[in-house]
Design a protein around this ligand. Structure first.
Ligand SMILES: *[C@@H]1O[C@H](CO)[C@@H](O)[C@H](O)[C@H]1NC(C)=O
Ligand SMILES: *[C@@H]1O[C@H](CO)[C@@H](O)[C@H](O)[C@H]1NC(C)=O
Ligand SMILES: *[C@@H]1O[C@H](CO)[C@@H](O)[C@H](O)[C@H]1NC(C)=O
Ligand SMILES: *[C@@H]1O[C@H](CO)[C@@H](O)[C@H](O)[C@H]1NC(C)=O
Ligand SMILES: *[C@@H]1O[C@H](CO)[C@@H](O)[C@H](O)[C@H]1NC(C)=O
Ligand SMILES: *[C@@H]1O[C@H](CO)[C@@H](O)[C@H](O)[C@H]1NC(C)=O
Ligand SMILES: *[C@@H]1O[C@H](CO)[C@@H](O)[C@H](O)[C@H]1NC(C)=O
Length: 477
């Protein structure tokens, strides 16, 4: 499933307000429009970000990241205590969500107009309508809040590197403390009530719910950036406490019955399980464990996930094949990126049918999105082009045709490099920081400037970028 929290609507409201206040700026100065997108998952190598050797075509992506960091931060902090429904334990510190595609059938339970929602949840049998989200799941938004937290941590950590302002690292510390550490607001380290089944025999979490915290890979990327970058706000005390929490949670993730069921899921659920576990092992300093985790994925599930023609049959069989192919690709790419970080090279590993992650992408880009969300595939195209190369420029051309002329302003364009900007990024005006950058030959890299803040043109451009983001969000809604 692809969960968007209520935070998205709030975010839109904020952006709309900024947009309204900035119309003049927008119309006098065309700037890249870039709507906020929550990628299915990703792992961003902290050493790449901290080296600050960004190519000069990534300036718009950098602006986007700082903008997303600010708009997300305005929505935090997040906490499992915010939900209005209490888990079966009576303890809101327990994470909770309902099975997203699960619907009640009250036809045999008498006069349903007399049932309260609470009675429906426990009385009516529930059945699954794959791909069809039951909107009452929004009553409990732990999954959406965690998604927003993971994005906020990732973008604020990168913004701290790009901009150097301690407000961003302070945001990360505050958000992590609220979700994981502060006794009043912390989540208990288990997913016993994730994607809960409802009905007369329900009220228990299911293995599919382990997917809810897949974005740990993004969150860990952000934490590693602050830890390795020695951000003052990321104190050793906080680091120790998060490591302690994570150690408990890893214990749950590697021993609980539903966690182990998720580990052996053959489709995207299994792939994402490894994203989460490997990232958390990196967080607690267990690189060997992370390596074994990634290796396990690439020697088990992966072997049978990609057919000879690049199709992913387990995903194509679902109700939203374009989504699920892109979704599992994101998870495969994330596993390979974590692998690269811990010294396990998975990019060229072949399935039983001799195919690779690139084969899966090459198949996916031949299929139209139809009524599904086209943008879900875009980060995968850029990631694959960056890793495997794009000598004839066909991935860049696909992006230009499908994602449009603003694709180099997408946040992930910063870390999926080298990838051509198709000449779309305009050189900054002379006198600005990036204007003085020099191209480093075939790598396309530029020498970092003093604080790495290439081409962030101050509050004015940030405001304009927000307006552009808002405009694009409104148009796409
Ligand atoms: C969620 O909980 C945190 C921590 O208590 C709080 O600061 C925040 O305002 C809450 N958010 C919402 C939307 O209620
Ligand atoms: C169901 O209960 C409501 C409220 O008591 C009543 O108005 C309605 O007539 C009942 N419907 C049926 C089909 O019994
Ligand atoms: C470590 O984590 C456990 C589980 O979350 C918690 O009960 C304990 O208080 C933590 N200990 C420290 C020293 O933070
Ligand atoms: C891989 O090839 C074998 C036959 O060689 C076939 O039976 C199997 O279904 C293929 N795997 C996938 C995922 O398509
Ligand atoms: C895959 O293997 C080929 C041949 O050894 C190599 O040239 C290429 O760099 C590898 N690709 C990746 C993404 O590791
Ligand atoms: C990047 O540097 C190259 C070489 O100096 C230059 O041709 C190009 O215009 C620059 N692009 C941007 C976006 O600044
Ligand atoms: C250019 O990049 C290469 C490869 O990353 C590096 O070895 C070299 O030192 C760089 N040169 C300059 C001038 O930055």
């Amino acid at each position: 499933m692809r969960s968007r929290g209520s935070g998205t609507n709030a975010l839109r409201a904020v952006l709309s307000a900024v947009f309204a206040a900035s119309l003049g700026v927008l119309f006098t100065q065309p700037l890249p429009a870039h709507s906020f997108t929550s990628y299915a998952n990703d792992f961003v190598d902290p050493t790449y970000i901290l080296a600050k050797k960004f190519g000069n075509t990534t300036t718009e992506a950098q602006s986007t990241i700082v903008q997303w960091a600010q708009t997300l931060a305005a929505q935090g902090p997040w906490s499992v205590m915010n939900k209005t429904v209490t888990p079966p334990t009576g303890n809101k510190h327990d994470y909770m969500s309902w099975a997203p595609y699960s619907w009640p059938d009250c036809s045999k339970v008498g006069n349903t107009t007399e049932l309260t929602p609470e009675q429906i949840w426990t009385t009516c049998p529930y059945y699954t309508r794959d791909g069809l989200f039951n909107p009452d799941g929004r009553l409990i938004n732990d999954v959406g809040e965690f998604g927003d937290l993971a994005d906020a941590v990732l973008y604020n950590a990168i913004a701290w590197v790009l901009d150097g302002d301690a407000q961003y690292s302070a945001n990360v510390a505050r958000f992590v403390r609220t979700w994981f550490i502060d006794p009043d607001t912390a989540m208990n380290p288990n997913l016993d009530y994730a994607q809960m089944a409802r009905g007369p025999n329900g009220q228990v979490g299911q293995h599919t719910g382990v997917l809810d915290l897949k974005c740990m890979a993004k969150l860990v990327s952000g934490v590693l950036i602050l830890r390795e970058g020695k951000a003052a706000e990321w104190t050793s005390d906080l680091d120790t406490q998060l490591t302690n929490w994570t150690t408990s949670y890893i214990n749950w993730l590697t021993t609980a019955k539903i966690a182990l069921e998720e580990e052996s899921a053959t489709n995207n659920h299994g792939t994402f399980y490894y994203n989460q576990l490997a990232a958390l092992q990196v967080l607690v300093g267990d690189k060997d464990g992370a390596k074994q985790t990634v290796e396990k994925y690439f020697t088990t599930q992966y072997k049978w996930q990609i057919a000879g023609n690049g199709d992913q049959p387990l995903e194509t069989a679902r109700t939203r094949p374009y989504h699920y192919r892109a979704y599992n690709l994101a998870a495969m790419i994330t596993n390979a990126k974590i692998g690269a970080y811990v010294g396990y090279d998975a990019w060229n590993l072949t399935t039983t049918n001799g195919t690779t992650i690139q084969s899966a992408l090459d198949y996916a880009i031949t299929k139209p999105a139809g009524k599904e969300t086209a943008s879900e595939l875009w980060p995968n195209v850029v990631a694959v082009g960056a890793v495997y190369g794009d000598p004839d420029g066909h991935y860049a051309q696909w992006m230009r045709q499908n994602a449009g002329t603003t694709y180099p302003a997408d946040a992930q364009f910063l870390w999926n490099q080298p990838f051509s900007d198709s000449g779309l990024v305009k050189a900054a005006a002379s006198g600005s920081k990036s204007g003085s950058a020099t191209n480093n030959g075939s790598t396309g890299m530029v020498a970092p400037d003093d604080n790495g803040a290439a081409a962030l043109g101050g509050p004015w451009s940030v405001l304009a970028a927000a307006a552009a983001v808002a405009a694009s969000t409104l148009l796409l809604s």
